[in-house]
Design a protein. Structure first.
Length: 434
């Protein structure tokens, strides 16, 4: 059953530490299977991808039908209801505007020695986006992954999306169209990741792969990392709500269930300084679970991994939140901005009771691809920065080399790297003759 903790209890630290260390993800050992799939795709290319797609997705393809044609996309997109199209267009507009502000600037300056130093930012040339198919098919994730890539200036953006039994999600295709995706392939699983990383006769390789997936996709991303870049290995969704006594418990309950309904391994936590609110939210969660469409999933998540923690004050709440480092953090308190100043580890913060996390999943603007499993302690959510890389620049004048070159030569000699030192000394000798 969900845990109920009180920060003033003698056994609180032990119980809270146990909560932090709870394993929420069933990670089957699929690495050997994935390794074989990747090796097969590297060796046989299209043929391997086609065979594996028929085996896992019950879909028979040819090299010519691996990719959705423009006519197929247009026909499927035409079936999207107008209200859904308008909602997706609004989301795309807001996500694009937010991420455009993230673009970093080039820099150049002349230092005291006379050397010109700086850096410049350039996009990766090609990126691949994995989009889950079937029940976990989310057009919002297409926007969140593809738009930052295009804002960054990625020239070629390819999507792989499994279409079991040949059934495609028109909203996913519309999202790809709105985001400016260049290629959409109807394949999934580890074989799709391998195809993006190494290329096949039909699918050119990419430089970076982003997007969520199952255990096979996660294992494949781990294995191809180094050949290509990846975004992260995402775990089950999670939300932590810090709430004071002046809240609608039904709102808080629904916010928590909005993440619990994602996955049986998702986690919803409430930290409050009001024992009355703790009880009211608990009751509201149980009440809403009676009618929620995904109540079996959400109920399992709440039962196995949910928790309500009462604290003496909001300072303690902030300190506990920093230890959790949640993917999503809602601050439903009288002064959320002040409390946010005390938060150092969180994937995304939602300020005030009128800012439900669900807004961030769709139309808020910031990215919803966020670090999970306490990795917000050292990493950030997906952004434009994931699709650009920094190249440093340095230009020495003869005078600048004369000032700092001898120190470089000294350090090279101390490291027994003779040619390093000689490459500097050769120039210094000429400079001394001038």
């Amino acid at each position: 059953m969900p845990q109920f903790l009180n920060a003033t209890d003698a056994d609180f630290e032990a119980r809270f530490t146990e909560l932090l260390g709870a394993k929420r993800e069933d990670s089957p050992d699929v690495d050997a299977v994935v390794a074989d799939i990747i090796a097969d795709v590297r060796t046989r290319g299209d043929a391997a991808v086609i065979e594996l797609t028929e085996k896992f997705d019950r879909l028979k393809l040819t090299p010519e039908t691996l990719r959705f044609s423009r006519e197929e996309i247009d026909a499927l997109v035409a079936d999207v209801p107008e209200h859904e199209r308008l909602a997706l267009e609004l989301a795309a507009e807001r996500i694009r505007a937010y991420h455009a502000r993230q673009m970093p600037e080039d820099a150049s300056w002349v230092d005291d020695s006379g050397a010109t130093l700086g850096w410049r930012w350039t996009p990766v040339s090609a990126a691949g986006l994995y989009v889950p198919g079937g029940l976990a098919s989310y057009p919002s994730s297409v926007l969140m992954n593809a738009i930052p890539a295009k804002v960054a200036g990625v020239e070629r953006l390819a999507i792989v999306v499994p279409t079991p039994d040949g059934k495609a999600n028109p909203l996913v295709l519309l999202a790809a169209q709105l985001a400016g995706v260049d290629e959409i392939y109807r394949i999934g699983g580890a074989q799709a990741v391998a195809a993006l990383a190494y290329g096949t006769e039909t699918i050119p390789p990419v430089d970076k792969i982003t997007g969520p997936g199952n255990a096979f996709v996660a294992a494949a991303k781990r294995r191809v990392f180094g050949k290509v870049g990846i975004d992260m290995i995402a775990g089950p969704s999670e939300i932590l709500v810090i709430a004071d006594g002046d809240n609608d418990p039904d709102w808080i309950a629904l916010d928590m269930l909005s993440q619990a309904e994602h996955d049986e391994s998702a986690q919803a936590l409430l930290v409050t300084d009001s024992p009355a609110m703790a009880k009211a939210v608990q009751a509201a969660i149980e009440r809403n679970l009676q009618t929620l469409e995904r109540r079996e999933i959400a109920g399992k998540s709440w039962e196995d991994f949910g928790a309500i923690i009462t604290v003496p004050d909001l300072n303690v709440a902030a300190a506990l939140s920093n230890r959790v480092a949640p993917e999503h953090l809602e601050l439903c308190v009288a002064d959320p901005d002040a409390l946010a100043e005390k938060i150092t580890h969180a994937g995304a913060i939602f300020l005030g009771a009128w800012t439900p996390e669900a807004i961030g999943d769709y139309v808020g603007g910031p990215n919803h691809v966020l670090p999970t499993a306490r990795s917000a302690r050292f990493s950030s959510g997906l952004s434009v920065m994931d699709f650009v890389k920094r190249t440093t620049l340095a230009k020495m004048t003869p005078e600048a080399l004369g000032k700092i070159g001898p120190a470089a030569e000294t350090l090279a000699i101390s490291e027994s790297l003779e040619a390093h030192g000689l490459s500097v000394r050769a120039r210094l000798n000429l400079l001394n003759q001038m």
